[in-house]
Design a protein around this ligand. Structure first.
Ligand SMILES: *Cc1c(COP(=O)(O)O)cnc(C)c1O
Length: 632
């Protein structure tokens, strides 16, 4: 017999203490609890919050943003650097910036500005539109605006002019060609630029984004180009304008080693630039600070083997060491953490709307005059035991193959073939159950569990809400947000609403590597089953697309208020009309076209008046509705 299931078992099952700490945990009531300012602060019951909003007509799927988490992350990052600075008696400051590309939503960027106020947090723009955002936001007095990306004259001139509005706007040269454009613009406007240079380091990151560094990286100057840049600036008596060294070796850097290596290389370049007479003063270490999506604390791509404090210590120590050796004064430290600021604040909550679950149970004995093959299969079924699982699986598989050829040559009826197939699945199910009592599972049987698992159909689109699952096999923690005091007895994969076979989730976080199915609860009649996809706040929203015309989901901004919470903003998801307009349809014309066809169907008596009205009512109501499944 199993021991009774508790919420502690669920915590282990879903690894929530690993990836959820300090914002997500399981309450005694079996619901996921959110603590936006850490475990000592107020808690919000995610399940009740979702039902609460549903009662107000905001249906799922819904993206919840816990704005306080953004502020809390900024505080944690800034304080880690402050602590490292104090402990090492580092004679410089830390000024973080948030890369707008990670989440451009106005409410998020405004939250960064608000939460970053005590820490002089600024913004990083990777394009002209993002610079326009950065300039429109009220930022702390001493914060930085950093301009990266491909730049045209307007981008550069805007950045230069913005300096006259009491902002420190640093133009990072990402390609050697940009220096002439900047010098020209600066001369034309009579404004001296504050320049940075992005170095192409030879120290690479790891995993998916390793190509962000190295000789073939898209952006950055090689050492030869950096020297060329220095000479060019010297020619124009502009050496004093180069104030910052920048590098970015990729995102989600799961190991501390490449970070240390990059820091060491960059620190040496920094002191060299200072010695060559450049003003310097800032060292920008880019992004890459990882999120532990699977909670394993390892250098697996979905995890990280270092903590925030270690990261800050290593950066401070490395540059301090290099500066000390070269008697160069230490720079203000800048980092551009995006994922590490934004990922945790957003949770997608969605409902399971159906399932495809095959339970075979006990087969009935075929009558003795049945096809020989059916009798053999039944015998195989009956003989399955721990000692012969592999052999039984062979026998069953062979019989199934044989039934297919017998059918092909006319020696078996369709009904008989179907019976053989069913018996085969009965065998598989019994083998899978028997395997639970076997210590060593043969390789060919390892997939059986997945083959027999249920599919839970979920009311959301991966392409819209978590495109990285599809694009780069990213792992997000996914789990039910209630019934966690109950044993999850169904092993399932998840499928979304799109008709795309890629719209499925078959990889889930696991302590070791990944697992192919997720344990969930049986659906209860007439009761919603709600699941959450966590750590969803970085990159997903803007990369999301309208595959199958599923649009933006509803979003609610939840803010702590005393011991409770308030809903700050609700952003309604797209209606069908909105997504159709996006692809250039005119909904009024569409209604008209359908009306005309219906009219002629009525006049030719293929449709009754009543039926025509129902059709047009449905058509018009659907145009106004949410793009996802709704109950009414
Ligand atoms: C994308 C990007 C970042 C953010 O990286 P994270 O890994 O999300 O922290 C920072 N700087 C630059 C230049 C980038 O391109």
């Amino acid at each position: 017999m199993h021991e009774p299931w508790t919420t502690q078992h669920s915590a282990l099952e879903y690894q929530i203490q690993g990836w959820g700490n300090p914002y997500f945990s399981i309450g005694d009531n079996g619901h996921v609890m959110v603590t936006p300012t850490g475990p000592t602060g107020p808690a919000i019951n995610l399940y009740e919050l979702a039902l609460d909003l549903k009662a107000r007509g905001l249906v799922m799927p819904m993206l919840f943003r816990f704005s306080d988490i953004v502020g809390h992350r900024i505080e944690r990052i800034s304080k880690s650097f402050q602590r490292a600075i104090e402990e090492y008696s580092y004679a410089g400051n830390y000024r973080g910036v948030f890369p707008v590309k990670v989440n451009q939503q106005r409410h998020v960027v405004e939250e960064v500005a608000r939460g970053g106020l005590p820490y002089n947090f600024g913004l990083e723009a990777g394009s002209k539109p993002e610079l326009l955002i950065a300039l429109s936001v009220t930022l702390p007095q001493d914060s930085l605006i950093i301009c990266n990306g491909y730049k045209d004259t307007k981008y550069i001139e805007t950045a230069l002019l913005a300096q006259r509005m009491n902002k420190t706007v640093i133009i990072v040269l990402e390609r050697i060609e940009e220096v002439d454009t900047v010098l020209d613009a600066s001369q034309r406007l009579g404004i001296v630029p504050v320049l940075g240079v992005r170095a192409k380091l030879t120290s690479k990151g790891v995993g998916r984004w390793a190509r962000s560094a190295g000789d073939r990286a898209k952006f950055g100057l090689t050492t030869a180009e950096i020297v060329q840049l220095v000479d060019r600036l010297a020619q124009h008596q502009m050496l004093h304008t180069l104030q910052m060294l920048h590098f970015h070796i990729g995102s989600q850097i799961s190991s501390i080693i490449p970070i240390k290596n990059a820091m060491q290389e960059a620190s040496n370049i920094y002191v060299e630039l200072a010695k060559m007479g450049c003003a310097m003063g800032y060292m920008d270490v880019g992004g890459g600070l990882a999120i532990d999506y699977d909670g394993s604390k390892t250098d697996f791509h979905a995890s990280k083997n270092y903590d925030l404090q270690e990261y800050a210590y290593d950066i401070v120590a490395s540059i301090q060491d290099a500066c000390r050796k070269a008697s160069v004064s230490v720079p203000t430290l800048v980092s551009e953490s995006g994922r590490a600021v934004a990922a945790q604040h957003a949770v997608l909550v969605f409902e399971v709307v159906g399932k495809n679950e095959v339970r075979f149970g006990e087969p009935s004995k075929p009558p003795s005059d049945s096809h020989r093959l059916l009798l053999e299969l039944y015998e195989t079924y009956q003989g399955i035991m721990p000692k012969n699982v592999q052999e039984s699986f062979h026998d069953a598989s062979q019989a199934k193959e044989e039934s297919i050829s017998l059918f092909r040559y006319g020696y078996m009826t369709l009904r008989e073939r179907a019976q053989a197939e069913r018996l085969y699945w009965h065998c598989c199910e019994k083998i899978a159950n028997t395997l639970q009592r076997v210590k060593f599972i043969p390789e060919e049987l390892q997939d059986l569990d997945r083959t027999l698992s249920a599919i839970y159909y979920c009311n959301f689109s991966i392409f819209q809400s978590a495109p990285d699952i599809w694009a780069i096999d990213q792992l997000f923690p996914i789990m039910p947000i209630h019934r966690l005091e109950e044993r999850p007895t169904v092993s399932a994969t998840l499928a979304d609403l799109t008709c795309d076979s890629d719209g499925q989730i078959e990889n889930f976080i696991d302590v070791e590597d990944v697992k192919n199915t997720l344990n969930v609860h049986p659906l209860a009649e007439g009761e919603p089953y709600l699941m959450g996809m966590f750590l969803n706040g970085a990159y997903q929203e803007i990369l999301g697309d309208m595959h199958n015309l599923f649009g933006d989901t509803n979003a609610a901004h939840v803010k702590l208020d005393g011991d409770g919470y308030r809903i700050d903003h609700v952003v309604r998801g797209d209606s069908v009309t909105e997504v159709l307009r996006y692809v250039e349809y005119d909904p009024a014309q569409m209604v008209e076209a359908v009306r005309r066809q219906a009219e002629s169907a009525v006049s030719e008596r293929r449709l009754t008046n009543e039926q025509m009205r129902t059709l047009l009512d449905h058509y018009e109501a659907s145009l106004r509705s949410y793009t996802y499944l709704t109950e009414d």
